[in-house]
Design a protein around this ligand. Sequence first.
Ligand SMILES: [Zn+2]
Length: 128
Amino acid sequence: MNDHFNKLLQINTSGLGCWASIILAVFILTSVGLGWIIKGFVISVALLLIAPLIAFWGFQWWLKRKLILAQCPVCSYEFTGFKSTEFNCPSCGEALQVEAESFVRITPPGTIDVDAVEVSAKTIKEGN
Ligand SMILES: [Zn+2]
């Protein structure tokens, strides 16, 4: 019986030491690892907050590169239009496209001298 009690005590004490070392290891790991977890959490939260801002800024930058604010050559109405696309003036409905940072009328196929056609069309309208 005494032998059995000794064995039990030995297991108990060794178990206690084992638990103590586990607790110590966990404590050390968390004291070191928790800092990283917190840092990682803060970084991920910061990224989550910053990412939409970066996306917004990037989108604005992209828009500034793609959009252009200019006046309609026909009615002088100022509006923004996309570069490298054809669009209609929201005021007079004239088909326009962006050329050299300003809006120009889309030339019908086959027309070479746009200005000459525009001027003559204006004078005919004024004459009538
Ligand atoms: Zn217009």
